[in-house]
Design a protein around this ligand. Structure first.
Ligand SMILES: *[C@@H]1O[C@H](CO)[C@@H](O)[C@H](O)[C@H]1NC(C)=O
Ligand SMILES: *[C@@H]1O[C@H](CO)[C@@H](O)[C@H](O)[C@H]1NC(C)=O
Ligand SMILES: *[C@@H]1O[C@H](CO)[C@@H](O)[C@H](O)[C@H]1NC(C)=O
Ligand SMILES: *[C@@H]1O[C@H](CO)[C@@H](O)[C@H](O)[C@H]1NC(C)=O
Ligand SMILES: *[C@@H]1O[C@H](CO)[C@@H](O)[C@H](O)[C@H]1NC(C)=O
Length: 479
């Protein structure tokens, strides 16, 4: 009865070194990659639909480079109370580490162009078509790619009110290198270790020669990684990923990333970007009220696809859902079902008390945030999907906003429905309130919005946290 799926090989106390079972793009590994996120499929379809448009519109093909530079850098008075945690310096990297990567968006993964997914400062194309949200909020919905964080963070950093031009006085130094975008296309095809590390090696060489580096050896530097940490932790040439994080010059650099290594104190996990990017506090409140007022007619929901692997846990969950169809709502992402799934998935989450969140290729999933954004309570089957992750945003007591059911018990015949029915209406209400109250903390607001006021979104919380940490670190040294 052990876990037989090659995707579940890593028991909860092991680090997944060889993260992917295969490096070659066999049809099934490609499929697996595609099904990692049904939103991803949505983006794919959108790209197909608008290919015509892209090709006909020469000025639109690379809309990224111009837009990435802030029109009016803020450089505000740094004495202002707003920068109580200190100031930020952003390296002006050679374009090969960010702009060129974006400009090369057609060629960033082996299968299709990523130009649309990365447009709009990383928010992606505006969502169109029927989407299940109040009409006036639909302009704040985008088809945001789950791996677009590097672009989103960079764009926001350039406009950060505590950004300074003087590295000498900065509390934190940000390295705007798109490590995940740079490595993506080398992950799935037959590239050498050297090719996979090429950008990272050059980057560290460049950074090492900069004055701010010499001052600190990198201990006040940080970077944002838009992919899971396991994609940068290769230890042997033949394994998965790049070896970026293991490179000697990385040893002091703080890393924000969508999934952290729970044993690495220099890593902080930040939420996967979702599709909602409100431009004001009032939009945020309206969304929260909308979510709050839903009639949840299903006990639980499962969004995902089976995999053609013996003992696949997702298949078990899907079967569970079929068997309990009066209580479980299934969005089957097999085939092309989720191509236009934005509405269907969101509707399912909005109508369910709980959503099942098995691990995918990684322990964490963007879908967890999609689920919580709709006020649904996530159900985890791997502790590592939530424990020691996202604590700055969700708190460090997952039991207050989620349910854990060990996958072994599910395999052993435990009824998920019975477990969930064991929670009283009041328990469910409390957990849902906790989920809804965390929405403003894990959502990435619209850049350039002055209407968020003092409300801190996921980006603000992450950067404040970095500054506070560096400040404490420095203070600690002085005393
Ligand atoms: C992949 O790389 C290995 C080692 O370089 C080589 O032997 C093999 O032929 C390559 N396979 C393909 C499909 O290119
Ligand atoms: C940085 O590292 C070098 C080489 O290990 C060392 O000589 C130097 O003192 C270090 N500088 C600081 C500020 O820690
Ligand atoms: C919830 O259900 C009630 C009763 O069926 C209905 O009146 C109300 O409009 C529904 N609310 C939503 C948001 O669908
Ligand atoms: C679903 O129901 C069928 C028929 O009753 C049963 O054989 C199967 O074990 C059930 N599967 C799950 C996952 O509950
Ligand atoms: C699975 O079920 C068997 C038989 O009922 C039991 O002995 C075993 O302890 C169970 N394992 C788990 C992890 O619940």
């Amino acid at each position: 009865m052990s876990d037989q799926s090659s995707f579940e090989l890593h028991s909860s106390h092991e680090k997944p070194k060889n993260f992917s079972p295969k490096k070659k793009p066999t049809p099934s590994s490609i499929r697996v990659f595609f099904f990692t996120s049904s939103k991803f499929l949505t983006i794919l379809l959108f790209q197909i639909l608008i290919l015509h448009f892209i090709f006909r519109s020469p000025t639109k093909s690379v809309p990224l480079q111009e837009t990435i530079l802030p029109k009016t850098p803020p450089f505000q008075s740094l004495e202002s109370k707003k920068c109580e945690h200190g100031t930020l310096y952003v390296y002006d990297l050679p374009p090969m580490f960010n702009k060129d990567i974006l400009n090369n968006c057609r060629d960033l993964d082996p299968w299709h162009s990523r130009c649309n997914a990365l447009s709009n400062f990383g928010l992606g194309p505006k969502a169109t078509g029927p989407i299940a949200v109040p009409e006036n909020l639909s302009p704040s919905w985008y088809w945001t790619d789950m791996f677009a964080g590097e672009v989103i963070y960079h764009a926001r950093m350039l406009k950060h009110e505590c950004r300074t031009k003087e590295p000498e006085s900065a509390t934190a130094v940000y390295i705007p290198f798109y490590a995940g975008l740079a490595v993506a296309k080398y992950l799935f095809t037959n590239y050498t270790a050297k090719e996979r590390d090429w950008h990272s090696v050059k980057l560290l060489k460049w950074v090492h020669d900069q004055p701010p580096w010499k001052r600190s050896n990198g201990s006040d530097h940080f970077i944002m990684l838009g992919r899971m940490t396991w994609d940068f932790r290769r230890t042997r040439d033949e394994d998965w990923g790049s070896s970026f994080i293991h490179m000697p010059l990385m040893k002091n650099i703080l890393r924000l990333g969508v999934e952290r290594d729970p044993w690495d104190k220099l890593e902080i996990s930040v939420p996967y970007p979702t599709g909602f990017h409100p431009k004001s506090k009032s939009e945020m409140n309206q969304w929260m009220n909308f979510v709050h007022g839903q009639n949840r007619t299903s006990l639980f929901t499962f969004v995902g696809a089976k995999r053609e692997v013996k003992g696949d846990f997702r298949t078990i969950l899907q079967n569970h859902c079929y068997n309990e169809s009066d209580a479980c709502r299934l969005v089957d992402c097999s085939g092309t079902r989720c191509y236009d799934g934005t509405s269907e998935i969101l509707e399912a989450f909005l109508a369910s008390d709980f959503c099942m969140q098995p691990r995918g290729d990684a322990y964490t999933r963007r879908s967890t945030f999609d689920c919580m954004l709709a006020g649904s309570i996530p159900v985890f089957f791997w502790k590592r999907s939530i424990f020691h992750q996202y604590e700055w945003f969700l708190g460090d007591e997952p039991e207050k906003f989620s349910v854990f059911i060990d996958r072994k018990e599910v395999r052993n015949g435990t009824s998920i429905r019975k477990v969930l029915e064991g929670y009283s209406k009041e328990d469910v209400r409390k957990m849902r309130e906790k989920v809804i109250s965390s929405i403003p903390k894990f959502v990435y607001g619209l850049m350039d919005s002055d209407e968020m006021g003092s409300n801190k979104d996921a980006f603000d919380i992450a950067i404040d946290g970095v500054l506070r940490r560096f400040k404490e670190q420095r203070g600690g040294k002085d005393t």
